[in-house]
Design a protein around this ligand. Structure first.
Ligand SMILES: Cc1ncc(COP(=O)(O)O)c(C=O)c1O
Length: 340
């Protein structure tokens, strides 16, 4: 079976597994006081060319919720796109961790918020008095939930609009590696240099066993992050195993190699699919996700050939490639579709 239901179905990169095995001998200080977690602060500060506060975490949902809780008061609001994972796929974790902040889903184009839409909402909210929870945070997902990208200028433009109204900026980077690999920019350009205050840095979808991180670019957030992470149950007694994953992930550009490969596999598959009648790509394939409409003959054929995809209903499917997929697998799927 070639399983493209999600990048969450993939295994873990050998370099990361080996790092965990190496970390498993001997004893280490607990609850994040270990040498791996300490090393992360330096490694991420070098990677992002900025002093970072890094809090390793276990899930993307906890990472986002924790990040938002640093930036918005319980009586405030978070603007995001209507397809934002924080809005429609995290069971209200953001609302719970912030003590009740309201999420405001806004219109989007292929997953991307547009400055004019954001500005219109912020201007309206500013004149609404206490009837409307005041927006305090803009949350962008990079890459978006439609598998598309904001380029660096687009992030900076949205962040500038948000900052003009006094908001701070969060980035859900569950697929941040895929975005950086595809854009060919630096991590700094896509985040703090463009006005991002806190990043949810994903690794699990791209080769880690289970590791994400809250990365805060404002040192003033360090104390709140430390205590909120503990309160949220994200400070593991054996934190070294999470930190060792992240340590290996960012060493020697592994994270970008893994993501670049996954992106390439999706581009290869999408390229082949474009020439097949009965398939219509719904969005540009900017990273490792393909959203398309397929007719019933083709989807049944994929099913019969044991090709795993996520059925979105009404003829729409999503296929997600991972670091572990091969060019042969992509070609095999294209051949299956051609033969149908
Ligand atoms: C854009 C985005 N953000 C956050 C998450 C949450 O990650 P997790 O499933 O680890 O909570 C996901 C997972 O699919 C995602 O796609």
């Amino acid at each position: 079976m070639v399983d493209l239901r999600s990048d969450n179905v993939a295994g873990a990169a050998p370099q990361i597994v080996e790092a965990v095995v190496r970390a498993s001998t001997g004893t280490a200080r607990s609850y994040g006081a270990d040498e791996w977690t300490a090393r992360l602060q330096t490694a991420f500060s070098e990677l992002f060319e900025h002093d970072c506060v890094v809090q390793p975490t276990l899930t993307g949902t906890a990472t986002n919720a924790l990040a938002l809780s640093l930036l918005v008061p319980a009586w405030g609001a978070v603007c995001c796109s209507g397809v934002a994972h924080i809005h429609d796929s995290e069971c209200g974790a953001g609302e719970m961790f912030t003590g009740g902040a309201k999420l405001i889903p806004l219109g989007h184009e292929e997953g991307r918020l547009r400055p004019a839409v954001l500005e219109r909402y912020l201007a309206k909210a500013a004149g609404a008095g206490t009837a409307v929870a005041p927006p305090k945070v803009l949350s962008l997902t990079e890459a978006t939930e439609c598998g598309t990208l904001y380029n660096v200028d687009e992030v900076a433009e949205l962040a500038a609009v948000a900052r003009g109204f006094g908001l701070r900026v969060h980035m859900d980077g569950a697929r941040f590696a895929n975005a950086v690999a595809a854009l060919g920019c630096t991590p700094a350009e896509l985040t703090w240099r463009s006005g991002v205050d806190v990043l949810s840095f994903g690794a699990t979808k791209n080769g880690a066993l289970a590791a994400e991180a809250v990365v805060a670019f404002d040192p003033a957030l360090a104390e709140a992050l430390r205590y909120r992470a503990r309160k949220a149950g994200q400070v593991l007694s054996k934190m070294r195993f999470v930190s060792a994953q992240l340590d290996a992930y960012v060493a020697d550009g592994l994270w970008l190699n893994l993501a670049g490969h996954a992106n390439k596999m999706a581009a290869r598959l999408a390229g082949g699919m474009r020439s097949i009648d009965g398939i219509a790509l719904l969005y540009p394939v900017d990273i490792n996700e393909i959203f398309c409409r397929v007719d019933e003959v083709l989807s049944s054929r994929l099913d019969a050939a044991n090709v795993g995809f996520f059925d979105r209903g009404e003829g729409e499917i999503r296929m997600v490639t991972a670091f572990s997929n091969t060019a042969d697998e992509m070609d095999e799927i294209i051949n299956i579709l051609h033969s149908a």
